[in-house]
Ligand binder design. Structure first.
Ligand SMILES: Nc1ncnc2c1ncn2[C@@H]1O[C@H](COP(=O)(O)OP(=O)(O)OP(=O)(O)O)[C@@H](O)[C@H]1O
Ligand SMILES: [Mg+2]
Length: 246
């Protein structure tokens, strides 16, 4: 069995403390994502998951601690530069441009990203359409008229246009019907299998854990558990807290 322990660390958060005004939302959270991994950050409402993603993508400053990407301390690097460097977050709450076509929305994902050639850009667009056939069928449709699931696919597709080394996804299953949720998780697994490292925030514990390598449990601003996803999925206390199984 090949251990993920051997793979190099791509993303690391060390003792992150984040405040909103005087309220401390993260109390010193550490997390590691290795090359090729699919890692889930699990937690209830208000645990600090979105705050953690914002700290990683640079949308929220750290009060103390640091964020490391590809061995470099990026704590002071601006959000847009982090995205250009390959640390790409799909927009929170989908964030599709409603008046733009599917293709135009995807083009926006290339912002700041230099492609070697038009052909390479074309190739990327084709790859996203291959990954999301539903989007390919609707390439000329405006974003605002897509269904919720299709908008989520578009949000993920747009992030993928930037060729992320690490893709950050904050609750991609939120508000979607069970069938669509399964599709989204399947696609996330495929994206990961094709070589993109993924850090996923989820409340849908069963689906997320069953598809992840490792997971962290965040409770009121602190990591309380972490380990191989399979072990956490089999753990009685976690099943009781996050899977509604007594
Ligand atoms: N802009 C803000 N101003 C003040 N407090 C905030 C702000 N954003 C988040 N918080 C607080 O920080 C804490 C963590 O919020 P966060 O959004 O990170 O949680 P979450 O785990 O993503 O929750 P959810 O599952 O509901 O999305 C919460 O107590 C929340 O009220
Ligand atoms: Mg959140």
């Amino acid at each position: 069995m090949t251990s993920s322990e051997e793979k190099p660390v791509l993303l690391e958060v060390r003792d992150a403390v984040v405040h909103y005004g005087r309220i401390e939302a993260l109390h010193g959270v550490s997390l590691v994502v290795r090359e090729g991994e699919l890692v889930t950050l699990l937690g209830s409402n208000g645990a600090g998951k979105t705050t953690m993603m914002r700290a990683i993508s640079g949308l929220r400053p750290l009060s103390s601690g640091s964020v490391w990407f590809e061995g470099r301390d990026i704590s002071r690097v601006k959000a847009h530069q982090r995205a250009i460097d390959g640390l790409v977050q799909a927009p929170e709450g989908r964030g599709v441009f409603p008046g733009m076509s599917v293709t135009e929305n995807l083009e926006m994902g290339c912002y700041g990203r230099k492609f070697a050639s038009k052909a390479e850009h074309r190739e990327r667009l084709d790859w996203v359409f291959d990954t999301f056939p539903r989007l390919a069928e609707r390439r000329a449709q405006v974003g605002g008229t897509l269904s919720g699931g299709e908008q989520q696919m578009l949000a993920i597709g747009r992030a993928l246009m930037a060729r992320p080394r690490v893709l950050l996804l904050d609750e991609p299953s939120m508000g979607l019907a069970p069938m669509i949720i399964s599709q989204i998780f399947k696609i996330i697994s495929e994206i990961n299998a094709q070589g993109t490292t993924v850090l996923l925030v989820e409340q849908n514990a069963q689906q997320a854990l069953s598809r992840s390598d490792r997971a962290y449990i965040l409770e009121t601003g602190s990591v309380t558990r972490s380990g191989p996803a399979r072990e956490l999925l089999a753990d009685d206390s976690i099943r009781a807290a996050y899977l509604g199984v007594a």
